[in-house]
Design a protein around this ligand. Structure first.
Ligand code: UD1
Length: 425
């Protein structure tokens, strides 16, 4: 298992290219189950979660040219699921990646049956998939629970269009249902749909395959089922959370960097919030220039569904606020247990108190390096960023959380002048 040794106090300079979005790539890989021809995806990030999804699709009988140098060097893959013959997602794969549940909708649409291991609890909250199941049930799917597996099938004639209203906005739930509906009989209307850019990116790829979807970027999606879909080639959108993480890195470490292939529209709320904290931000075509000023100011944030401030940026923003001038209130409304970075940030000298779903963060003049343990993906990013601002050396254990969702965050930061060593723990 690797650990990171981070030497704080080095300002950042230079250019960094934003990788493809993990949370768009995962549903797009699941979407490869749908067409009767191969799907080609480009701008894929080289991440552990994508390799898990590739393994799962291969287990089902797919041919996926992903992994090894192909993904690392070319960031692209061809996914050929025409030979799909085992519509199952076993426990070993689902337990390491909740997003495996994204295969349920496409499998029911394509084969009318599926067996998917029930996703377990996850560090950042309960995260059930009850809303996915309820919506698919409305389309005619029937579920039994057997040995921890969800055994699903459709009635004769397959899935049928339905009017569905999600009780809570769910990102993967919306994607799962949309993928089920594109091959269902008749019209499906999804109300209270997630509007996250990754949902729209998935919809765009489905449109390119011949699907009929209206209402992109809104909270009502109308989908008219078609009898078959064709293959296509699709470029995955840049990762808005990785981009936001680099902006927060400059805020904490100081300096000036250019982010290449910056998803301007998808990050408008985050950019506006970062400007409030005193960052100097200038768009340059498809790039973005970010410059730290002398001081960082406190600002409050409440996580919300898109287009609100994303929960996946909460830990990184909190790291920023630990070093800001003044007190900020950070309220988490999406997940019930997403403050595990708080106790670790305190080890660096941060002044944070928790009041229910709100963290009260009083900025301190200096943080000092300490040994840290990562608890989940975005929390670990927040810890790396805080360590960049801390005086002296920090160590981060359980780096695998970081590697699941960031393509070489330490390597990219080092290219910008940070001093981070990766060693075997
Ligand atoms: C996705 C993202 C994740 C992000 C999250 C919120 C992927 C692969 N992951 O996760 O990075 O943090 O959106 O933006 O895209 N809920 C239920 N029942 C359900 C489904 C969800 O109660 O069936 C609840 C969840 O517990 C949570 C809220 O709804 O409190 C939102 O979750 P959801 O949008 O579904 O998150 P994910 O799609 O799992």
């Amino acid at each position: 298992m690797d650990k990171l040794i981070i030497e704080g106090g080095q300002p950042l300079a230079g250019r960094v290219r934003i990788s493809g979005a993990k949370n768009a790539a995962l549903p797009l890989m699941a979407a490869a189950i749908l067409p009767e021809e191969p799907l080609k995806l480009t701008n894929l990030p080289a991440l552990g979660d994508l390799l898990t999804m590739a393994k799962l699709l291969r287990f089902m009988g797919g041919r996926v040219s992903l992994g090894g140098s192909r993904l690392i060097d070319e960031n692209q893959a061809e996914l050929d699921l025409t030979g799909l013959n085992r519509p199952e997602a076993p426990h070993e794969m689902v337990k390491t990646m909740r997003a495996s549940a994204l295969v349920l909708g496409p499998l029911l649409a394509r084969l009318g049956r599926a067996k998917v291991s029930m996703p377990g609890g996850c560090a950042i909250g309960v995260r059930p998939i009850d809303l996915h199941l309820k919506a698919l049930r409305a389309m005619g799917a029937v579920f039994d629970l057997s040995g921890g597996d969800i055994v699903a099938r459709t009635g004769r004639g397959g899935l049928k269009g339905a009017e569905i209203r999600f009780d809570t906005v769910t990102v993967t739930g919306t994607e799962n249902l949309m993928m089920a509906a594109v091959l269902a009989k008749g019209r499906t209307v999804i109300a209270n749909a997630a509007r996250e850019p990754e949902v729209t990116d998935t919809a765009q790829a489905l449109l390119a395959m011949g699907a009929k979807i209206e209402g992109l970027d809104t909270d009502v999606l109308t989908i008219d089922g078609v009898s078959s879909l064709s293959g296509t080639s699709y470029r995955v959108m840049p990762d808005r959370i990785e981009a936001g993480t680099f902006m927060a890195a400059v805020a904490l470490a100081g300096g000036e960097i250019i982010l290449e292939d910056f998803p301007h529209d998808a990050l408008a709320t985050v950019v506006a919030k970062f400007r409030e904290t005193g960052l100097d931000i200038t768009p340059i075509g498809t790039d973005l220039n970010v410059k730290a000023r002398e001081s960082l100011w406190a600002s409050d944030v409440t996580t919300q569904t898109y287009p609100g401030f994303p929960t996946d940026m909460q830990a990184q923003f909190m790291a920023m606020m630990t070093a800001a001038q003044g007190t900020s209130l950070i309220t988490e409304t999406i997940f019930e247990n997403r403050f595990m970075h708080v106790s670790e940030l305190r080890r660096l000298g941060a002044d944070i108190t928790l009041e229910g779903r709100t963290a009260v963060v009083k900025g301190v003049p200096t943080l000092s390096g300490a040994p840290l343990t990562a608890s989940d993906l975005r929390a670990s990013a927040g810890l790396v960023l805080a360590a960049l601002a801390a005086r002296g050396e920090s160590q981060l254990l359980r780096v695998y959380h970081l590697d699941r969702g960031y393509e070489g965050l330490d390597r990219k930061l080092n290219n910008l002048g940070a001093v981070i060593r990766r060693v075997r723990a």
